[in-house]
Design a protein around this ligand. Structure first.
Ligand SMILES: [Zn+2]
Ligand SMILES: [Zn+2]
Length: 420
């Protein structure tokens, strides 16, 4: 019996791995220009960190976390999302605030595998820590918008909402709870729990009957305090000024406890029912929850798999099937030894070159060169070693020419050795 990968995990094969590297370097370049510094945190943390920050009532903590005990009896969890551990790291290492950080790290959630979502998946996250002004929200949204445009995400649109602050949310929560109590019997089992723990969460419910009840739910708009209204109006005015199209969605709440005010989701119409590419917003209360000083923050995160899915076939992710620009074909044992020396010299000169060390006559070696997708081959036999002149053959046209080492360098260095 052969081993198989665990359900919900996947192998990222060279073709896609290459595309991911392209995406990550694009992201890195754009974020560096905006002053974001990279950060990496451990793959596992104390369970309590997520319980405290992501929240005891969240689906992530109650249903989806990989929670385990190590041999020292520590209660640990594989990282289900990046923000809590990044904020923990900022606090623990006393990083100076304000600071802008970004990461690309694997996340682990044991939820139902669905299109573009896996139990281990890679997220890019962006955190602006210590900036409370609406301009920070606008800058961040514009950054995301430009990034996804650059990546070629198709059918992209932005949804926007505000969930107010602690002061103005409590009045609304009370009214919402009253409404939910009236409809208690019609709600799904999860929503009955949410109703008591964190009523706003009911808006995350995917059950159709709950969603239709919630259409009549009271609106949070009527409860916002003047500071929250002012903040939201400033964000919207900014988006309009910089021509970033958005739709207001009053039901957009995000499933995490630490969010406040601005909530955003970038979606793609190509992804079907699970159309969210990127989620984010303000989390002004998180640092305080983790025992730090009250610190405003705003950020977003997106799954690399989903972003690739929503942009497949566009611009930066296209690349040629891997080919070997130059393949050395030694004929005989002496030539093999010589080829190795030549290989290192050429590579030192910056040429992308490999060698075929299996034994065989010329026709067999040429066949192998074809299978390996070589652009050009250099044939090296006893005579060639003696004269220092080799036969360079173009595998597509079959053209051959005699070249010395220096000529070879010139030929490949001028073409950077990459073109076929
Ligand atoms: Zn408020
Ligand atoms: Zn429900």
């Amino acid at each position: 019996m052969r081993y198989r990968r665990v359900k919900g995990t996947r192998d990222i094969l060279p073709h896609e791995a290459e595309a991911r590297r392209g995406l990550e370097s694009q992201v890195h370049e754009q974020l560096s220009k905006a002053g974001f510094l990279p950060i990496l945190t451990p793959t596992f943390e104390y369970y309590e960190l997520y319980q405290r920050s992501t929240g005891e009532s969240s689906d992530i903590v109650t249903k989806e976390m990989y929670r385990f005990q190590d041999m020292g009896g520590r209660d640990l969890a594989l990282r289900p999302e990046g923000t809590p551990s990044v904020m923990r790291a900022v606090l623990e290492n006393r990083l100076k605030i304000p600071i802008r950080l970004w990461y690309v790290m694997p996340m682990f959630r044991q939820d139902k595998p669905q299109k573009g979502r896996y139990r281990e998946h890679t997220q890019v996250g962006v955190e602006v820590i210590g900036e409370a002004e609406p301009q920070a929200d606008i800058e961040l949204i514009k950054l995301g918008f430009d990034l996804f445009t650059l990546m070629g995400i198709k059918g992209m649109f932005l949804e926007l909402n505000t969930i107010g602050c602690r002061e103005c949310r409590s009045g609304y929560t009370e009214q919402l709870t009253g409404f939910l109590k009236e409809h208690h019997d019609e709600l799904c089992a999860d929503c009955k729990v949410r109703m008591n723990r964190n009523p706003l969460r009911v808006f995350d419910c995917k059950v159709a009957s709950c969603q239709s009840i919630l259409k009549q739910a009271p609106s949070q708009r009527d409860h916002l305090c003047s500071a929250c209204i002012e903040h939201f109006d400033a964000v919207k005015a900014g988006l309009e000024r910089f021509s970033i199209p958005y739709e207001e969605n009053e039901r957009l709440v995000r499933g995490l406890d630490y969010y406040s005010r601005t909530v955003i989701e970038f979606k793609s119409s190509t992804l079907g029912a699970q159309d969210t590419v990127c989620g984010g917003g303000r989390y002004d209360y998180l640092m305080g929850e983790l025992g730090g000083p009250p610190t405003a923050a705003v950020g977003f995160a997106f799954g690399v798999e989903r972003a690739l899915l929503a942009s497949r076939g566009e611009g930066i992710f296209e690349f040629n099937q891997s080919s070997i620009p130059l393949l050395l074909l030694p004929l005989g044992d002496e030539a093999k030894v010589y080829s190795l020396e030549l290989l290192f010299k050429l590579r030192e000169a910056g040429i992308g070159v490999q060698a075929e060390f299996r034994s065989g006559n010329l026709s067999k070696q040429l066949k192998r060169a074809n299978t390996r997708n070589a652009c050009k081959v250099l044939i090296i036999g006893e005579n060639e070693i003696a004269s220092g002149k080799f036969i360079l053959r173009d595998m597509q046209t079959g053209d051959q020419q005699e070249v010395g080492f220096d000529e070879l360098l010139n030929l490949f260095c001028s073409a950077k050795g990459q073109s076929c």
